[in-house]
Ligand binder design. Structure first.
Ligand code: ADP
Length: 380
């Protein structure tokens, strides 16, 4: 008799679920996706279409798989807790995921673990926000604790009057906002790692992320000229977070490197992350394969680089007519190690439509290849 096939159920049919399809075939496991709509990026693996906020729907989906995991962080905690109480295997579990869903909870927990962060405060009214701004040099970053992504839900404030719309609508953010010191950073970094429920942890090389208008646009792997102290420290931070919060599957720790050489944690994601897309071509094991292995508690794969440098460039939609097939050949002709990934999404300005990775022996070569290919494709 053949071995039973392991089944992973992913909630959310976005590009992250889409990029798990190929490694699921390689690993010989069955990937099932609970998608939001019939035409989602992961439609090829969608075995159910339904509303992930409804307990009955997620319960029905959970009966078809061995473990539930995620393409996004938006499944309500009470839905996950109810299913865990019924014995459903959810990775990462709700006790970890809560910290990726709520930035205030995350700050509190990282504080308990004594991990390095920007100064922060929970703000419930104009007075407490103004006090924080004054104590932090006349400026602060204000964040909605839940539901923010790609810079939505983040604003620079110099007075509570800048935030009156949010302060008047506190209930929709769970009753409070997160104020943070505005960090004077020289660059943003991301440390990726994966942890199995039984405890093994594997990290990839530290990467640098470059954002445009709050959206990640370029990732450089490894982070150029990172000191050995920083490389050691960021791995250690990710491991302490994974262990301390009980994270399973992929963990991305977004970090700031400050002018005076400090490393501060910005935020966490507990799923494959945009800063790890380079790993599909640039590492022995991609973050998507590793996520599947980790949530199934299978041995983790090697995370060694496949080339000296990998550069990933996001294809952000320019208008309603992006057609990446038109210039595909011209883009790949620029360098032999260019890989183009498209997500099958309708074009919208600024939307993540796909990405390009170029691996090479020099940073310049990888950067020129990936950026050049993106420019050619976006002409389509
Ligand atoms: P999102 O959840 O929308 O991705 P982030 O918390 O990652 O929001 O913030 C988006 C961007 O805003 C960051 O990538 C960074 O450039 C900037 N930012 C966030 N927090 C701070 C901070 N405390 N100081 C300076 N810049 C910040």
């Amino acid at each position: 008799m053949s071995e039973p096939v392991l089944r992973v159920g992913v909630i959310g049919g976005g590009q992250l679920a889409r990029m798990m399809i190929a490694p699921s075939k390689k690993l010989g496991i069955s990937l099932k996706v609970l998608a939001e709509s019939e035409d989602s990026p992961a439609a090829d693996a969608a075995t159910m279409v339904g509303d992930y906020t409804q307990l009955s729907i997620v319960r029905e989906f959970s009966k078809t798989v061995d473990v539930i995991s995620f393409d996004h962080e938006h499944v309500p905690l009470d839905v996950l807790e109810a299913l865990e109480a019924e014995g459903v295997n959810i990775q990462p579990p709700s006790r970890a995921l809560r910290f990726a869903q709520n930035k205030l909870q995350m700050r509190k927990r990282l504080g308990e673990l004594d991990l390095p962060m920007p100064a922060w405060a929970e703000v419930k009214d104009a007075k407490s926000l103004d006090d924080f701004i004054v104590a932090n040099g006349g400026v602060a970053i204000l964040k909605t604790p839940i539901g923010g992504y790609d810079g939505k839900g983040v604003m620079v404030v110099r007075s509570s009057s800048d935030a009156s719309a949010w302060l008047n609508d506190l209930d929709s953010f769970g009753g409070s906002l997160l104020a943070e010191e505005k960090v004077d950073f020289v660059r943003e970094l991301s440390q990726l790692g994966a942890r199995r429920p039984s405890g093994d942890f594997a990290a990839w090389p530290l990467v640098e992320t470059i954002q445009e208008n709050g959206v990640c646009s370029v990732v450089l792997s490894p982070a150029p000229e990172a000191s050995s102290e920083v490389i050691e420290l960021t791995k250690n931070i990710a491991k302490r977070i994974a262990d301390g919060l009980g994270v399973t599957g992929m963990l991305a720790v977004e970090l700031f490197e400050t002018r005076d050489g400090r490393i501060l944690i910005n935020e966490l994601a507990m799923r494959p992350h945009n800063s790890g897309h380079f790993s599909i071509e640039g590492a022995t094991t991609s973050q998507f394969e590793q996520h599947l292995r980790a949530v199934l508690d299978l041995p983790l794969g090697e995370t060694k680089p496949r080339a000296r440098y990998s550069v990933m460039v996001n294809l952000l939609g320019l208008d309603g007519t992006n057609d990446f097939s038109k210039n595909h050949d011209a883009a790949t002709a620029l360098h032999p190690e260019i890989s183009i990934h498209t997500y099958g999404k309708a074009a919208r300005i600024g939307r993540k439509m796909g990405h390009i990775t170029c691996i090479a022996e020099s940073l310049d070569e990888a950067l020129t290849g990936a950026k050049g290919a993106a420019a050619v494709l976006l002409q389509g």
